[in-house]
Structures are given as structure tokens and as C-alpha cells.
Design a protein around this ligand. Structure first.
Ligand code: GDP
Ligand code: MG
Length: 522
């Protein structure tokens, strides 16, 4: 990247040095021709006609330009700049990504407050990239270069694409301007050097031709569009460009550019599930975690019992049983994964952690009338430690939903007259349920906690609430799945892709050798 920058700036320097000579080279012959032309026009007596013609053409050319300018100004004035930011946080970012986004935005504000010159933006972008790199790769040296060349190319492409889209959306007539024009306007705005003087001579000269006049007028218009822009518009454009850079470097350093969307392969977990059931679906994967006898299998049975259609048990492995079912006929299918209970044994816990990582939603089942929670808190701490590892920063964690099961067994055991008003508990039972919910929620910090009873001899309690919750989680769960698939795809080396590249290379070599052969036959 640096190399490109230095070669670009040396190119610009070179062209600045050469420009006056080129202008003179073109200017002198034109001056000579113009001189001769004026003399002969004077001799032939056409001078008045010429002046009239130039004036007429000037007016004709000015009309559309004036109209255009008014249009630009009107649209610029109606731009609502106080409305929300043009660049917003991406939907599939993790909380860590969002934290970096806030940090980068603060930096952008500081940068623009310090010096908001257009020329500073390139340095600012580099600074933002370095800051993001420090967040994602705190230990790596030369961390701002912690990406591959294809990733860098995709990033460049992405910034330009997004910035262009935003400009087209928000800046009127921007599609008519190209970057060299904008640069030119800024380059020559208030420079009092040789180049400027030569430039002015050239401008005066070209005014003698209608095409030149038009070019001049366009230059003037550009000057007006950009130097006349309201300060807020300019500030907004600069901020937007930097925010675009920030948003893209987050994607870059969190590893999201490793794979393009098309390269997203199907999830390894899904493939394993599908081998057992040949249906091309990508269902929400819900796993149930909890101690032995918390009621995981009973909850799955109850959910399956009330699920209306297509209940399939996929052949179970020794440790996990996967059921496929739908909450409603027209809803997407989901996979319910029944797992062995928490036992506090490292290898079994590792297996359960792995299963949690491969899920979109985790239902953490707790037995209400059995208060020993050390297995749960210990396992939760391991899960958290695993997530806090810097290597997992690009990961979006599954939704963690607490379920307090077997509340019918809370004291007083004999009393079971649902429903209970848990917001304003009046009976002893309701108060106990409420306390147990608060206690477990404080201890384990779930996203939510749902009281439940799925006893064999009583009708289920609050099962619909759990179903509704799962339904509401669908979209967020899918984001988790997408994130997981990206990470999986970028981890696995794509043999197919490498083969395709080799094939293309082979083909081009082959075709060039064939052309050589025909050449020799001739
Ligand atoms: N009273 C009552 N018993 C339950 C409830 N849920 C499960 N059980 C019983 O608890 C025992 C263990 O349940 P199970 O689903 O096998 O637990 P797992 O080990 O977590 O899969 C079984 O005898 C179930 O009938 C409940 O909500 N109320
Ligand atoms: Mg079980």
C-alpha cells in the first residue's frame, strides 16, 4: 500500500514539473495561428462578424450552464445534513467490532477538528487503519499489514464502491465530476506559482474557441460547486469518507474480507447434520445445555410435541441427538440438539463448548428446585474465557437464553395453580418462582430467563412463551450462523478454488503455446 502511495505522489510531482512545458508546447503554436488568423480576418473585413459570433456562442453556452448551476445550488441547499449519519454500523458486527467502530468515530472527530484539509484525509485513513489493527492484533508487530494482498485489493475496491454509492445518493450531479477535476480545482485554487500563471495564460487562450469557452465555463462551474459548497457539506463528505474507511478496516482486520460472499461454503456442522438427513436446508441450530436431569430431553419432547409438522429425529451420535422440526408449517425448520449433562470433566466440557460454538441459540436449562449451581457457573466461566480470547474477536456468540425448568417442584410443592403473576407475586409459590428467576439470572447473566414446567403428569406451563422466544430469535440467530460460516470458510483451505486458479493458468499457457505452433506452421 505504501509503495503505491509513494509512486503515486512521485508521479504527481513529476507531472507538476512537466505541465508548464507541455502548456508552452501547445500554447506557442496556438498563439501563432491565432495571430495569423486575426490578421487575415481583419484583412477580409470579418472582424465584426467574428466578435458577434463569439458573443452569440457565449450566450448559447452560458444558458444550460447557468441552469445547471442553479439546479445544483438548489439541491445542495435542500440537503438535510443534520439527519443521521450516512455510514452506519454493519448489522453483522460483533459487540467488539461495535466497540472499535465507536473508537474510530471518536478518532475521526478528533482528526477533523485538528485539521480538516482534504489533503490530510489520506494520512487520517492510514491512522484509522493502524488504530483498528492495534485493536484486533494487539500483539503482532507491523500489525497494520496483517492482511493478504487479495484482501487489500478487495478493501480498496470496497471503499471506492461504497463511497461512490453514498456520493451518488447524497451529492447532486456528482456522477458528472471525476476525481481529477476535483483535484485540479483544489490544486489550483490559491496557488501563486509558475504553474498557475501558465495555466492562466492557457485559460485566456482557450477562451478564443467555443469548445475552450465551454471547458472554461465547466471549470468555473466546478469551482462554484466545490468551493461554494456549504462548509457543512464539505465536512460531511470528509467525515463520510473517513467513516467508510473505518467501517472497511473493521471488516478487514476482523477477517471478514478473507472470503467473499460467494465463497461462503455451507457450514461444516450443517454438512454433518445433512449427511444424516439429505434436505438442503440451513435451519436455526438450537442446543440445550444444563446439568443431568435438568429436563433438557423433556423440553425437547415438549417442543416437538407441540410442533405441528415434520418432526424428524436425525440418527443420534453417542453424545448428541439432533431433531429437526418446525414451529409453524410456514416457518423455517430448526434443529434441536439434545446434549449430555454438565459433569465438570474437562474433555466432556470441551465437547459441549464445541457444540455451543456450532449453535445459533443456546438454551441453558436449570432445575428450579435444585439450587447447586457450581457446575453451571464453572462452565459459564470457561465459555466466557474462551470468548475473551483475542482470537475469537471476529466471532459472534450464540444467543444465550436461560430456562428455569421444573418450577412446579418449587416450594410449596403441592400448590400448582398456574398461571402466576410473576411481576406482582401475591402467593408464596409466585414469590419463590420470582426469587429463583432473579437469583439465577444474576448468577449466570443470560440474555433472558424463562420459567417453565414440562412435567409428564401435568400440562406444560409457559411452553408457548419459549416457542415465541425462539421465533423472535430467528433473525439474530441467522446472523450468528452467517458469522460462523464465514469463519469456517476462511479457516478451511479451498482446494477447489486453488484448482480453478491452476486450471486457468494452465489453460492460458496451453493456448499461447498453440498460437505459437500455428505461427511456425505458416
Ligand atoms: N415435575 C417435573 N418433572 C420434570 C420436568 N421436566 C423434566 N422432569 C423430569 O425430570 C427427569 C429428568 O428429565 P430429563 O429430560 O431426562 O433431563 P435431562 O437429563 O436434562 O435430559 C425426568 O424424570 C422428567 O420427567 C418438570 O418441568 N417438572
Ligand atoms: Mg437427557
Amino acid at each position: 500500500m505504501r509503495q503505491t502511495q509513494t509512486s503515486l505522489s512521485s508521479f504527481l510531482r513529476l507531472s507538476e514539473q512537466i505541465a508548464p512545458f507541455i502548456a508552452l508546447l501547445i500554447g506557442i503554436p496556438i498563439l501563432v495561428v491565432v495571430g495569423f488568423g486575426i490578421v487575415s480576418i481583419y484583412r477580409e473585413g470579418y472582424l465584426l462578424a467574428l466578435v458577434l459570433l463569439i458573443t452569440l456562442l457565449t450566450f448559447l453556452a452560458a444558458i444550460p450552464l447557468l441552469f445547471l448551476r442553479r439546479q445544483v445550488k438548489k439541491r445542495m441547499d435542500t440537503q438535510d445534513l443534520t439527519s443521521e449519519a450516512w455510514v452506519t454500523a454493519s448489522k453483522n458486527w460483533t459487540p467488539f467490532d461495535l466497540q472499535v467502530w465507536l473508537l474510530l468515530n471518536t478518532r475521526i472527530e478528533e482528526q477533523l477538528a485538528a485539521n480538516a484539509d482534504w489533503y490530510m484525509l489520506r494520512n487520517y485513513s492510514l491512522d484509522l487503519a493502524t488504530l483498528a489493527a492495534t485493536q484486533y492484533h494487539p500483539t503482532r508487530s507491523r500489525r497494520e499489514l496483517a492482511f493478504t494482498i487479495p484482501e487489500a485489493l478487495r478493501m480498496t475496491e470496497e471503499v471506492s464502491r461504497r463511497y461512490r454509492l453514498l456520493l451518488m445518493q447524497h451529492v447532486p450531479l456528482v456522477e458528472k465530476l471525476n476525481l481529477s477535476m476535483v483535484r485540479m480545482v483544489y490544486d489550483h485554487r490559491d496557488k501563486q506559482e509558475t504553474l498557475q500563471r501558465v495555466w492562466n495564460i492557457y485559460r485566456i487562450l482557450r477562451i478564443f474557441t467555443p469548445a475552450g469557452w465551454l471547458a472554461e465555463a465547466r471549470g468555473q462551474l466546478l469551482d462554484h460547486v466545490f468551493t461554494g459548497l456549504k462548509d457543512e457539506v464539505q465536512a460531511k463528505l470528509k467525515q463520510t469518507l473517513l467513516q467508510e474507511v473505518a467501517s472497511v478496516v473493521i471488516d478487514l482486520y476482523s477477517g471478514r474480507f478473507k472470503v467473499s460472499d460467494e465463497e461462503l461454503s455451507a457450514s461444516e456442522t450443517l454438512k454433518a447434520d445433512q449427511q444424516r438427513l439429505a434436505v438442503p436446508l440451513e435451519p436455526l441450530r438450537v442446543c440445550l445445555i444444563g446439568q443431568v436431569s435438568a429436563g433438557k430431553s423433556s423440553i425437547i419432547n415438549a417442543l416437538l410435541g407441540s410442533m405441528v409438522a415434520e418432526v424428524n429425529q436425525l440418527p443420534s451420535t453417542q453424545t448428541a441427538t439432533v431433531y429437526q422440526a418446525k414451529l409453524e408449517p410456514d416457518l423455517e425448520a430448526m434443529h434441536l440438539v439434545d446434549l449430555p449433562g454438565l459433569e465438570g470433566k474437562p474433555d466432556k466440557d470441551n465437547y459441549l463448548l464445541e457444540q455451543m460454538l456450532q449453535s445459533d441459540v443456546v438454551l441453558w436449562v436449570l432445575k428450579a428446585n435444585q439450587p447447586a449451581r457450581s457446575l453451571d457457573t464453572h462452565f459459564k466461566a470457561r465459555w466466557q474465557a474462551w470468548l475473551d480470547d483475542p482470537k475469537q474477536r471476529a466471532r459472534r456468540q450464540p444467543l444465550l437464553l436461560g430456562v428455569l425448568n421444573q418450577i412446579d417442584r418449587l416450594a410449596p410443592q403441592q400448590e400448582w395453580q398456574p398461571p402466576y403473576d410473576l411481576q406482582n407475586p401475591t402467593t408464596q409459590k409466585a414469590r419463590n418462582i420470582r426469587d429463583a428467576l432473579d437469583y439465577n439470572q444474576n448468577l449466570l447473566g443470560f440474555q433472558s430467563i424463562t420459567p417453565l414446567s414440562v412435567s409428564e403428569d401435568k400440562p406444560p406451563y409457559n411452553l408457548e412463551a419459549l416457542e415465541k422466544l425462539l421465533d423472535q430469535c430467528y433473525e439474530q440467530g441467522m446472523q450468528v450462523q452467517l458469522n460462523r460460516r464465514r469463519l469456517e470458510a476462511s479457516d478451511s483451505f479451498s482446494v477447489q478454488e486453488q484448482f480453478k486458479r491452476a486450471y486457468r493458468l494452465g489453460k492460458s499457457l496451453f493456448s499461447s503455446s498453440r498460437t505459437n505452433k500455428t505461427d511456425t506452421i505458416k
